[in-house]
Design a protein. Structure first.
Length: 329
């Protein structure tokens, strides 16, 4: 956009110049849309002089401060991986689910209960020790970090409405594909959002990268400067920041994080009954509603129960793995 090459005060002056020239003979040579825009500028200048300025429709949003995430590193003799989580409780839930799944490795040792504790912290400490490194060739580190990433300043609409069906179709038809060349990787651009998909030979993966810094503010940028994104791999939603999902920990996660064993069982039962999640009939893992196959730690991959199917009552028992809800971590 041309406005990106001007400072906000210069843009303000240009608007005032356009408004001042709206009634001049030169305005007759402008196109109808340009004349209408100049007339709107003049109306706002006069309204401001009279103390009746219209409500703002856009705002200049500067770079957002760094966001805090929890990084969970888990290692064993087979792998060493680090995964980000939005809360410490979510990371502990992942650790506890792993510990409960490997409880047979502990059973029989002095002081170890027959069944893993319902409390995530207790389960983790029994398995890994208080320092996270009590087991041979196995351990974890959990620490907070700030996401550091440069963000551009940009104007965003204050009355955001996602494009309606007809407009969305037209915008989709305007999508542009850029083939790989000496200057860049293959890329698809839709409403300013860039989606790269390419072979990363160094890591040996097919990499998909989404960049929203140049997203079209008129169509897909929300008042906070973010872009509603949903990323689906095969049939699994791996990221969902749309209006129907919570980009931050859900109420259910917060409830479970502070619940005791009896409260936790009641919350799981109510959530499954309400259809907010489903329990795998094969391995009893609690799955997010969006998952079409079980995402349990043993790679169960059983299909989700069909809509309206009855789950056995014993699947609503208190012995259940930690909840893994929809939404970005």
């Amino acid at each position: 956009m041309i406005t990106t090459t001007f400072s906000p005060p210069d843009v303000e002056r240009l608007v005032r110049i356009a408004g001042a020239l709206a009634d001049s003979p030169a305005a007759a040579d402008l196109s109808a849309p340009d004349r209408e825009l100049a007339a709107r500028a003049r109306t706002e200048i006069l309204a401001q002089a009279a103390g009746h300025l219209s409500p703002a429709r856009t705002a200049l949003l500067g770079p957002r401060p760094g966001e805090k995430v929890w990084l969970l590193r888990m290692w064993s003799s087979h792998e060493d991986s680090t995964v980000p989580y939005s809360t410490e409780a979510a990371a502990y839930a992942e650790l506890a689910s792993y510990a409960r799944g490997c409880w047979d490795n502990l059973y029989g040792e002095p002081g170890v209960p027959e069944h893993p504790p319902a409390d995530d912290t207790e389960a983790v400490e029994f398995y890994y020790g208080s320092d996270g490194n009590a087991r041979p060739n196995e351990g974890y580190e959990l620490y907070a970090a700030e996401v550091v990433r440069a963000r551009r300043s940009r104007f965003v609409p204050l009355n955001f409405d996602f494009p309606a069906a007809a407009e969305a179709e037209a915008l989709n038809r305007a999508t542009v594909f850029y083939a790989a060349d000496d200057d860049g990787l293959p890329c698809m651009e839709v409403v300013g959002v860039l989606v790269f998909a390419y072979l990363d030979h160094e890591d040996g993966v097919v990499r998909v990268s989404v960049h929203t810094d140049n997203a079209d503010a008129e169509h897909v940028v929300r008042p906070d400067g973010s872009v509603p994104l949903r990323v689906v791999v095969e049939d699994t939603v791996v990221l969902d920041d749309g209006p129907a999902r919570a980009p931050h920990p859900t109420v259910l996660e917060e409830l479970l994080a502070s619940a005791d064993a009896d409260q936790e069982a009641a919350i799981y039962a109510a959530a499954v009954t309400a259809g907010l999640m489903w329990r795998c009939p094969k391995c009893q893992w609690t799955n997010p509603h969006a998952a079409t196959r079980c995402e349990g730690p043993e790679n169960c991959r059983a299909s989700a129960p069909s809509a309206g199917s009855e789950l056995p009552a014993d699947l609503l028992s208190a012995s259940t793995p930690p909840l893994a809800l929809d939404g970005p971590r």
